[in-house]
Design a protein around this ligand. Structure first.
Ligand code: CA
Ligand code: CA
Ligand code: CA
Length: 438
């Protein structure tokens, strides 16, 4: 709020000038706040402007001025600040936004009026237009009606309807209140999966109390909505599905809880452009994502035993279809300090995992080693990658001193591993469903 009398304002301006210019707030003045999203049953939140369904939701508050001069255009949190709550079911993100505002006004000439901007970053899978904005306007709320909910950015969405959106609001002594249900699909394209989304909520404030009034704004993140629009400056929208993507798996396989996570990654497995969470645990390979498997995840129990150790996971597209294959290295220990090293390649699908390649990559014992270099040549036919296994090299061991630890196994790796048995080098090419020796 500003001073009503112009002469007082002029006096203040002179005073400010003589004392040095007042600080103009910028987006960088806000802290980066995450917005926790409560998990509620489908349809639990009623969009009616009442807060009975918000009692258990956490509240995020921002009093951080990011625009206007604090001295002239913003007198404190009662002039403009915001309290945000969020909940979600399987179809909607619900927001309860309480704006503290001393003078609630609509659009007037060049003054855009009081409003709230919800900025969302859909992440890498959403591509070039990953950042979008949904604007919540006062609409008819001052007259007991509903607020407006429209896309404000990017341009290609501005006139598009938000299908299925529900909104209500209420005036408060201290400002105004919005309750909104946004279909999850309206937040990003592709719709949110298990990957966290970025979020910045900006409340813009006009009070019409001075001819020279500037727009004031507070925000939940140091996000510059008018220039860089950098996702890196947003907080995270902590949807239930994004907080603990492996939660469903741990519930189904309690024995996995607390075991070592060897490696985790975001992967585009198949289906839509949303990425899945892939994790290599002690003896499990888990793929989690919206709509994946039965219950948003599936898992595969890897070959294992007390003498198995899974060492690493690497993801790369070997089959040229844009989906990543899962390259896994593990070792198997045997009596006499002998250890075999294996390389296994799995292909991931939307509901299953297939083993498409397996090779023994090395063998070590006390004072000796046998190694096969496995390398990847991206110049295979049709955009596929060839697997090249080099001629084995033995150090400190010969045909006579070698101990065969897996002679009883069905797969006799020795034929390809041992220099005195193996061919000089082998190349495998992708054919339909597996890698075949060329
Ligand atoms: Ca309600
Ligand atoms: Ca105000
Ligand atoms: Ca206002």
């Amino acid at each position: 709020m500003k001073f009503g009398l112009p002469c007082v304002a002029v006096f203040c301006l002179l005073l400010a000038t003589s004392l040095g210019h007042a600080e103009v707030a910028t987006p960088a003045d806000a802290a980066k706040l995450d917005i926790p999203v409560g998990d509620v049953p489908d349809g639990y939140v009623k969009v009616d402007g009442f807060v009975t369904d918000w009692a258990s939701a956490q509240t995020v508050e921002s009093r951080a001025l990011i625009r206007a001069e604090a001295e002239y255009d913003w007198t404190g949190p009662r002039d403009c600040s915001v309290l945000v709550q969020a909940q979600a079911d399987r179809a909607f993100l619900y927001l309860a936004i309480e704006v503290r505002d001393n003078v609630v006004v609509g659009k007037k000439g060049r003054k855009a009026g009081d409003r709230v901007e919800l900025w969302i970053d859909g992440g890498e899978p959403a591509g070039k237009r990953r950042v979008r904005m949904i604007e919540l306007g006062l609409g008819e709320v001052p007259d007991g009606g509903k607020p407006t909910v429209t896309y404000g950015y990017p341009k290609n969405l501005v006139r598009k309807e938000i299908e299925g959106v529900k909104a209500d609001g209420a005036m408060r002594k201290t400002g105004y209140f919005f309750e909104v249900a946004l279909p999850l699909a309206s937040l990003s394209d592709p719709a949110p999966g298990v990957e966290p989304l970025g979020v910045a909520i900006i409340v813009r404030d006009w009070d019409y109390d001075d001819a020279n009034e500037d727009e004031a704004a507070v925000a939940t993140a140091p996000f510059d909505a008018r220039k860089e629009r950098s996702p890196a400056t947003m907080g995270r929208l902590l949807l239930p599905s994004t907080v603990d993507p492996l939660g469903g798996f741990y519930q189904t396989v309690p024995a996995a809880k607390g075991t070592r996570v060897v490696s985790e990654a975001w992967v585009q497995v198949s289906g839509d452009a949303r990425r899945e969470r892939v994790a290599l645990l002690e003896k499990w390979l888990v793929v989690a994502g919206r709509g994946v498997g039965d219950g948003d995840f599936y898992y595969y129990t890897l070959p294992h035993g007390p003498n198995y150790t899974y060492d690493s996971m690497e993801l790369r597209d070997l089959t040229g279809d844009g989906g990543a294959e899962f390259i896994l290295r593990y070792s198997v220990s045997h009596p006499g300090q002998i250890q075999q090293q294996f390389l296994a390649i799995y292909r991931l699908f939307f509901d299953s995992i297939n083993l498409v390649f397996l090779a023994e990559a090395g063998n070590t014992g006390p004072g000796w080693t046998v190694t096969n270099q496995v390398s990847f040549d991206p110049k295979g036919p049709g955009g596929t990658t060839r697997i090249v296994v080099s001629k084995p090299v033995a150090t400190g061991v010969t045909k006579k001193t070698y101990t065969d630890v897996d002679a009883d196994l069905i797969t006799d790796w020795d034929k390809v591993l041992l220099p005195w048995k193996a061919p000089p080098s082998r190349t495998y090419e992708w054919q339909d469903t597996q890698f075949i020796k060329r």
